[in-house]
Design a protein around this ligand. Structure first.
Ligand SMILES: CCCCC/C=C/CC(=O)SCCNC(=O)CCNC(=O)[C@H](O)C(C)(C)COP(=O)(O)OP(=O)(O)OC[C@H]1O[C@@H](n2cnc3c(N)ncnc32)[C@H](O)[C@@H]1OP(=O)(O)O
Length: 386
């Protein structure tokens, strides 16, 4: 029955391309040759990347070649060596291979960002091109990632999942202090694009569910591991996964037009984005159950009262008020903010990754259920909306 429903769904959207099998980036590591090439590339950079980036490069180089920092800490007045030591020591027990990969990624993002910045007029946003579903800009210490499928209410299709991960990885290494996620148009996001379920690979629905679980796990993992302050600017209604991952943000600002809706039971699905853990901590089990099990839609005011949202602003002044705050935050010392976030969040990371893995594995089964298939088919055949 479930398979029949999948096939039915596929018939409504036959033009959607077959999903590219997702390659897990974590499985890829840079070779020694890539590493050496990257070291040479650094020497050829036309512009000084700034002290913060140079410290990161230094730390990754030391970690990749010598392993964890075990040098004695320089004295407080030995400023330069202390900054270098701090940068290296921050990497903790990061494996040499990962440090090598991160070094190569950083150099590659640096080469492209410094090249593109030279083409941008002074005073304008530095816009990253190469995104189909997002707008990404970096200016004044703020990297802003805007979900940009307004005609589809910013539903997150497979391409957007990949692009958000790419944008977050780039933002984690660029010279911005804070990162903002927001939506273009009247919605923040309508959550998972339900047509994602219609591209069935040759291995059938089981393979589709497995690939989706891998993608979801990696996607949520990027939010768990994001090292800089991450702020959601929720400009309008938010649904599904765009709501659940808010529990992994550091600050959430909402327009009073925003609503927060996680209709998982209606869709035959179960919670993701670590919400089965974060929402319970944020609002307690009863309120979390109302949202995650019974699909109660919260107004922005209710979400704020329950701690999911940090502050709510009238829609008419939302952008002005929020961006005034964000610009002030972006002027604070970036290293202090990053380290404070680490202190606040790091002890939860392992737990969050475990929760993420468990939620994805439960969802993998749910996606094969009749309840889920029927809900997707009903939406695609326009029999139901939220
Ligand atoms: C890799 C897989 C990971 C999976 C992770 C799992 C996550 C779980 C979730 O996120 S569950 C939430 C899923 N989302 C929904 O169920 C929302 C479905 N959408 C709606 O109910 C409505 O569209 C609406 C209430 C969001 C907005 O209604 P409205 O009447 O204002 O607008 P339209 O319905 O006309 O929408 C405009 C066009 O946008 C398309 N669209 C909107 N949301 C989605 C979506 N989530 N998936 C796919 N398409 C969506 C809608 O179909 C319209 O397109 P059209 O103009 O071509 O008809």
């Amino acid at each position: 029955m479930a398979i029949a429903a999948w096939r039915l769904a596929q018939r409504w959207c036959p033009s959607f391309p077959v999903v590219q099998l997702h390659m897990n980036r974590a499985a890829m590591t840079a070779s020694q040759k890539d590493f050496e090439n990257a070291m040479n590339q650094v020497k050829l950079l036309k512009k000084d990347p700034g002290n913060e980036v140079k410290l990161k490069l230094y730390a990754l180089y030391k970690q990749a070649t010598e392993g964890p920092c075990n040098m004695p800490k320089p004295g407080v007045f030995d400023l330069i060596n202390k900054a270098k030591w701090d940068a290296w020591n921050t990497l903790g027990s990061l494996p040499k291979e990962t440090a090598r990969q991160n070094y190569v990624d950083l150099v590659s993002s640096l080469s492209s960002s410094l090249e593109s910045s030279s083409q941008v007029e002074p005073g304008t946003d530095r816009k990253s091109t190469g995104y189909e579903t997002l707008m990404v800009t970096s200016e004044g210490g703020i990297t802003k990632i805007t979900l940009n499928r307004p005609a589809k209410k910013n539903a997150i299709n497979v391409e957007m999942y990949h692009e958000i991960m790419r944008a977050l990885k780039a933002a984690s290494k660029d010279d911005s202090s804070i990162t903002v996620l927001t939506g273009n148009g009247d919605y923040y996001s309508s959550g998972n694009d339900l047509t994602n379920f219609t591209d069935i690979p040759p291995g059938g629905v089981e393979e589709k569910a497995k690939n989706s679980a891998i993608l979801l796990r990696e996607f949520v993992g990027c939010f768990i591991d994001f090292p800089k302050p991450l702020i959601a600017v929720v400009n309008g209604p938010a649904v599904g996964i765009s709501v659940t991952i808010l529990g992994l943000f550091d600050v959430v600002y909402a327009s009073d037009r925003a609503t927060f809706h996680t209709p998982f039971s209606h869709l035959g699905q179960s919670p993701e984005g670590c919400s089965s853990y974060t929402f319970l901590k944020i609002m307690g089990p009863a309120k979390a159950t109302e949202m995650l099990v019974f699909g109660k839609k919260l107004t922005a005011g209710e979400a704020c009262a329950q701690g999911l949202v940090t502050a709510v602003f009238p829609d008419s002044t939302f952008q002005k008020e929020v961006w005034t705050r964000l610009k002030a935050f972006a002027k604070l010392p970036p290293n202090a903010m990053r380290i404070s976030k680490e202190v606040i969040r790091n002890r939860e990371k392992e737990k969050l990754h475990a929760v993420n893995a468990e939620e994805c594995s439960v969802l993998q089964e749910r996606w094969l259920s009749d309840e889920c298939m029927n809900a997707v088919v009903n939406f695609l055949s326009r029999k139901s909306k939220l």
